[in-house]
Write a protein that binds this ligand. Structure first.
Ligand SMILES: Cc1ncc(COP(=O)(O)O)c(C=O)c1O
Length: 455
């Protein structure tokens, strides 16, 4: 069990006494942030350890979202910190093109011990968005190298989130992320999303109804013909669109339809990877193996940017032809397999293994579920969803002001020492996997108080 800093309730010992507020905030254009609101009333973080952040003034903040779905082992874990520091001193950078370094290979071997059988090749990236672009390109190129070059179409899903690059927003289905950016990738289509409050509200774990929504892929096959479709990409559990769980049997059905038509299935496991559902991956949890799988975030416990694509052997092998001296896949990043990221990932995998964190979510899930569902009946709550250590609490929007109700809850929780995340009017929870019952009670207690106050 994790104990190092669990009992700290006072200000972090190293936090300086109140610093003068940052003098200037003009230059930094913040990502996915209401910049003007933030700069009027900044929320600054200065330290982190275990389940907590601390503000520059020393105020303790319970981390209800593992930073951003990434710090699965909690903050400032000694093995990871040491691994990064030692690597920085030993070799800061090594070119990844035509050169290698031992930790890149060691990490790949360690990673494929955890993935579902068959996903045994690793291609490194630096983020989830890059992992998605890589997987999409791999899928299209795979069909071409094996002589089915007409298979270029990519199928995503309404409400899907696959990062912010052009491929990712094209297959993604969140309108705010798409509407500003022109025509996007050509040859993309979308299946229907699976959110169905009327039939599935307050389901515990995966919802009962909606497996038939996977048949929407058959509709698109009929429309476009399978011979034009390269791949389908879905989040097994969708986070950024408001915590949507796959209906019972949905992913299995999607797998069957993809197999029937020779379409590659890509699971975007950027948030579900590395223990979030109580299994190493969602693919392991649901017993459905995709052809390509993207990860990021938890691969390094969020400490150094890194992502990856796992590919099946036959996909990799299809590229391994032509003269020996030729590059087989014209794709990669300057920082692919960055030594600091590889070191951080190895330290992370050690920490996960030593503390059983990749399955701890399953043990804590019943407590988490019971606590979350106690919010049913509180003002504006219209649904509670949960799986493993993921929670979604959907609120009724304020008329004409979508997202405002949940944002108000976010601000009030911050004042009360709790960091949550909101997407639209859904509160999304994804605490570090080291969480204990007392933290769960604090999260849910704070939320209950805030919902009552803002009623
Ligand atoms: C499912 C999914 N895919 C891709 C991404 C993008 O990852 P990144 O922000 O590291 O580019 C995210 C980020 O939250 C995600 O949830």
């Amino acid at each position: 069990m994790y104990t190092e800093v669990d009992t700290i309730t006072a200000p972090h010992p190293d936090v300086a006494t109140p610093a003068a507020p940052a003098a200037k905030m003009d230059a930094y254009w913040m990502p996915f942030t209401a910049n003007r609101q933030f700069k009027k009333s900044p929320r600054m973080l200065a330290k982190a350890a275990g389940m907590y952040f601390w503000t520059p003034e020393g105020r303790q903040i319970l981390d209800g979202i593992a930073g951003l779905w990434c710090v699965n082992a909690g903050h400032a874990r000694p093995r990871i910190v040491k691994a990064i520091a030692e690597q920085a001193a030993e070799m800061d950078f090594a070119p990844p093109f035509n050169m290698g370094h031992p930790k890149a290979f060691e990490l790949a071997e360690r990673l494929v011990e955890l993935t579902p059988k068959g996903l045994n090749k690793v291609f490194y990236t630096n983020s989830g968005s890059e992992a998605v672009e890589t997987a999409l390109k791999m899928a299209v190129a795979y069909h071409r190298v094996r002589g089915e070059g007409a298979r270029t179409r990519l199928i995503g899903r309404e409400r899907g989130y696959h990062g912010v690059n052009f491929g990712g927003i094209s297959v993604g289905g969140i309108v705010a992320n798409r509407k500003m950016f022109g025509p996007l990738l050509a040859g993309v289509d979308h299946m229907r999303h699976t959110h169905d409050l009327a039939r599935n509200a307050y389901s515990r774990g995966v919802p009962e109804f909606g497996a038939e929504l996977a048949d929407d892929l058959e509709r698109l096959v009929t429309l476009h013909d399978a011979s034009t479709i390269a791949a389908v990409i879905v989040e097994p559990v969708a986070g950024s669109t408001g915590v949507l769980l796959p209906p019972k049997g949905y992913l299995q059905r999607l797998r069957e339809i993809c197999d029937k038509h020779g379409i590659l299935l890509i699971f975007d496991e950027v948030i579900t990877g590395f223990g979030r559902l109580g299994s190493p991956f969602a693919a392991t949890h649901f017993g459905v193996t995709p052809d390509l799988m993207t990860v990021a975030k938890g691969i390094t416990n969020g400490c150094v940017p890194m992502g990856a694509v796992f590919a099946k052997q036959h996909i990799h092998d299809a590229f391994m032809n032509g003269p020996d001296h030729m590059i087989e896949f014209f794709h990669g990043y300057t920082y692919s397999a960055h030594p600091l990221a590889c070191a951080a990932a190895l330290g992370t995998l050690d920490t996960y293994a030593e503390e059983g964190l990749l399955t701890r979510g399953a043990k804590m899930a019943p407590l988490f579920e019971t606590a979350l569902h106690s919010l049913k009946g509180l003002p504006h709550v219209i649904d509670v969803r949960n799986i493993g250590l993921v929670g979604g609490i959907e609120l009724a929007p304020i008329a004409g002001q979508p997202g405002k109700r949940a944002f108000d809850v976010f601000l009030e929780c911050w004042e009360r020492g709790l960091l949550i995340r909101t997407t639209g009017d859904t509160i999304a929870l994804s605490p570090p996997l080291i969480i204990e019952d007392a933290h769960i009670q604090q999260i849910v207690g704070t939320l209950a108080d805030v919902l009552k106050k803002l009623a």
